[in-house]
Ligand binder design. Structure first.
Ligand SMILES: [Zn+2]
Ligand SMILES: [Zn+2]
Length: 283
């Protein structure tokens, strides 16, 4: 991993931590694979996501050179469409349902692909097929993570908004409690699309800022590193993953592997803040 001036290796607390230039995808693939071995009911999907993250890692190496330095207009960019088509070509269609989804991506026109990309960027999951969204999001992640990892401090706006990524404006997938150096024990929200992280104080609702009715929820058998932080004032929740308890946690992989926690929070009447585009509600 190349050193990054915002990674917290200095003494100052960084407001924003950019993704590493070699990307998060190889680590994520390994984590998906590892979780698939212990979460039997989810193993098929976790292994598919491991395959997807491996493809993201190999495409990420080519992504940087292909795009202008900016995220605007990404769905209209031919390089992005080529990435999405490569994903559809390289994934092994294990079962008939997946084969037809991948086929639909391969046969889609440029305009259709651009429209799907625009919907995922806008967080609008009602107008796209929930089965296709993870692959569209994966292609966006390849380019957005690559672009974010190459930004300089002056390219990033102030991280003034609590719940939205200061780099690309997307919602978070989850929060990480970091380990090591100046960031040890600090909470960072992780962007669902570009992989940037931004600092938020702990035990304070990310949505409404209240700390009065913050409560923690966990599911036995998930290992203790993944919890949900719910706010009783606005009834939203975000998952928190503790790297001190398990250094290998990955916000996308551990989120899908802890689906039972989302079901619990829904039963308790909480609404999730942010989303994981690799597993869309109803998908
Ligand atoms: Zn972002
Ligand atoms: Zn709240």
């Amino acid at each position: 991993m190349e050193s990054n001036p915002f990674d917290g290796s200095g003494t100052e607390i960084p407001a924003v931590r950019l993704p590493p230039t070699d990307g998060p995808f190889r680590h994520r693939a390994a984590r998906f694979r590892q979780l698939a071995r212990s979460r039997f009911s989810l193993a098929g999907y976790l292994n598919l996501m491991a395959d997807l993250a491996e493809i993201q890692a190999s495409l990420g190496e080519q992504a940087a050179a292909a795009l202008p330095p900016g995220m605007s207009g990404l769905p209209e960019n031919p390089a992005w469409r080529a990435t999405l088509r490569s994903i559809a070509d390289r994934l092994k269609p294990g079962e008939a349902g997946l084969a037809s989804l991948l086929d639909r991506i391969r046969r889609a026109t440029d305009e259709e692909l651009a429209a799907w990309g625009g919907c995922v960027l806008a967080g609008d999951f009602d107008r796209t097929d929930a089965g296709i969204t993870p692959f569209v999001a994966a292609a966006l992640q390849v380019h957005m993570t690559s672009l974010a990892s190459r930004l300089a401090r002056e390219d990033i706006g102030p991280a003034q908004t609590g719940s939205v990524c200061p780099v690309c404006g997307s919602l978070p997938v989850a929060a990480l409690l970091q380990t090591g150096g100046a960031v040890h024990g600090l909470r960072y929200l992780v962007c669902s699309l570009c992989g940037s992280e931004w600092h938020r104080p702990r035990i304070q609702c990310i949505h409404c800022g209240s700390s009065k009715k913050v409560a923690y929820f966990a599911i036995e058998g998930l290992g203790g590193a993944v919890k949900a932080e719910g706010c009783g004032d606005c009834m939203t929740y975000v998952k928190i993953m503790d790297r001190d308890k398990d250094a290998a946690v990955d916000p996308f992989a551990d989120d899908i592997a802890s689906l039972a926690l989302d079901l619990l929070m829904a039963e308790e009447g909480y609404r999730r803040l942010g989303f994981n585009p690799l597993l869309v509600p109803g998908g």
